[in-house]
Design a protein around this ligand. Structure first.
Ligand code: AMP
Ligand code: ZN
Length: 482
């Protein structure tokens, strides 16, 4: 099987992935900050990291996947106190919610999911080491800073030069960090402040808490050693988070931190940045409540290349929140499910296939091209396109049971690589999302009131979202357009 190739932010090249130890590919993903529900942008990153892991494993490369939980930072401390809960109660609650969402979205569980709070001694140890080596200094208030000028290659990942650093980085500096020697030095340890409440720990420099960047460096080192194969996160983490992680880790260990840097471009909603104030901030639970399945969201999230922004279309052309992106995903999944069922029928293999079955598949038949698209820089839209082309080319009715079984296994392998759980076929008609159900009810009311113009307008709006209304003797039915 050819090896997987992936774009590396550090070298700006697509490079082959080979594990340093020759056996297991060991990688770290920056995990969620557990202070609220993860949004669908976060899940674009986590879902694509999951497709990445599945592709490696299904290509025959075992993995070791570490993804942390950021449970101590400004936001978790601020919001736990605002809600009158201990930091642990608060972050445990949001951790559980996150893990439930991950399970619904069919994400493989990381081999280790460490929490920052549980690794404070490791962080203190690293700070001590950095101070001894002259890379860090304590300020009078008991905070400790990393001395950026002591680490020559600072800025290599994000291609910052020293000039940009001096003039441009001040935006990321918080007011309480005024005792730094240089505006670009960043906190490794933050001295205790009144607003931290009970959330402080002892250290040789006084009470306080670790800096966010250091948490990841310490957890990487604990579970993956000084050098590991790949480090990943959303593109917003390139600077300063990953740049600072590299500086801390490499200054401390004297070794290169990671062999490969994998960054995922952000998700936009209706062409804009997602934010609560813009009213375009979506979580998985909200979409489930609106009548969609996690598999539909997963499909929409993998439908664009990870190196391009993904514009998640929530509103249709009439401006109603009907989620055309998810309706399109629903139709695609139904086509995949029907095709899968036709292969099951032709092959006589009725036992459901599992992830382990996919790991054991040797030949991928007509679906080999789709898997190659994933091996080639995780090109998920190309893989999906090739799946649909192969489906058209395969004449299921003409296949012998043996060949149908082979094709089914190849098809199953690519579905597992993408992590798509297909809906049952032949079941009840797809459920319409809540917004459309409302539009259909409004249209019925308009019709009863003989307001024909309004009734036609609503019918058109429903049609633009991919659904149609069929009037019956008893009332009406709302069905996906065939
Ligand atoms: P956070 O919980 O903010 O620490 O973010 C968790 C992960 O989601 C990180 O890898 C972020 O880079 C990533 N992320 C944040 N916003 C988006 C977005 N709009 N699209 C894709 N990934 C995102
Ligand atoms: Zn991190």
């Amino acid at each position: 099987m050819p090896k997987m190739r992936l774009f590396d932010t550090m070298s700006r090249e697509v490079r082959e992935l080979t594990p340093l130890d020759g056996r297991v590919f060991r990688f770290y993903c920056c995990g969620p900050t557990v202070y609220g529900p993860a949004h669908i942008g976060n899940f674009r990153t986590f879902v694509l990291q999951d497709v990445f892991r599945r592709t490696l494993e299904l290509s025959g490369m075992p993995t070791f996947h570490v993804r942390n939980l950021t449970d101590v930072d400004d936001k978790t401390i601020r919001d736990s106190q605002a809600g009158g809960r201990t930091l642990k109660e608060f972050t445990d609650f949001w951790r559980d919610r996150f893990q439930e969402d991950c399970a619904k979205l069919n994400l493989l569980t990381p081999h280790i999911e460490p929490s920052a709070v549980e690794h404070i001694p490791h962080q203190v140890e690293m700070i001590r080491d950095l101070m001894e080596k002259g890379h860090a200094y304590a300020s009078d208030d008991g905070s400790v800073y990393f001395k950026v000028s002591s680490f020559e290659s600072y800025g290599r990942l994000s291609r910052l030069d020293q000039r940009e650093l001096r003039e441009g980085a001040s935006g990321s500096v918080s007011d309480d960090e005024y005792e730094k020697d240089s505006v670009c030095d960043f906190a490794l340890w933050k001295a205790r402040r009144d607003e931290d409440g009970d959330n402080y720990w002892d250290s040789p420099w006084g009470q306080g808490r670790p800096g966010w960047h250091l948490e990841c460096s310490a957890m990487c080192r604990e579970y993956l050693g000084d050098t590991f194969d790949l480090h990943s996160g959303g593109v917003d983490l390139v600077f300063p988070h990953h740049e600072n992680e590299i500086a801390q880790s490499e200054a401390c260990t004297g070794h290169r931190m990671a062999g490969h840097w994998f960054h995922l471009t952000h998700l936009l909603v209706d062409g804009g940045k997602m934010s609560k104030s813009a009213g375009n901030f979506y979580t998985l639970s909200q979409l489930i409540e609106a009548g969609f399945s996690p598999a539909e969201l997963r499909y929409a999230l993998i439908s664009a290349n990870y190196r391009q922004p993904l514009n998640f279309v929530a509103k249709d052309t009439a401006g109603s929140e009907t989620f055309p992106a998810l309706l399109a995903a629903r139709q695609a999944l139904q086509r995949l499910a029907k095709f899968s069922q036709s292969l099951v029928d032709a092959s006589g293999l009725t036992e459901p296939l599992t992830y382990d079955d996919a790991l054991a598949v040797t030949g991928q038949g007509s679906f080999g091209g789709a898997f190659e698209a994933l091996l080639n820089d995780l090109n998920t839209p190309d893989a999906l396109g090739r799946v649909f082309s192969a489906m058209k080319a395969v004449q299921v009715e003409a296949l012998s049971a043996d060949v149908a079984a082979q094709e089914l296994k190849g098809f199953h392998l690519i579905m597992e690589a993408l992590g798509l759980v297909l809906p049952a076929t032949g079941g009840p008609v797809a459920e319409a999302p809540g917004a459309l159900v409302q539009l259909a009810a409004d249209r019925w009311a308009a019709k009863q009131a003989k307001n024909w113009a309004e009734s036609d307008r609503l019918r058109d709006e429903i049609s633009a979202a991919g659904w149609e209304i069929k009037d019956t003797k008893e009332g009406y039915e709302l069905c996906p357009k065939s």
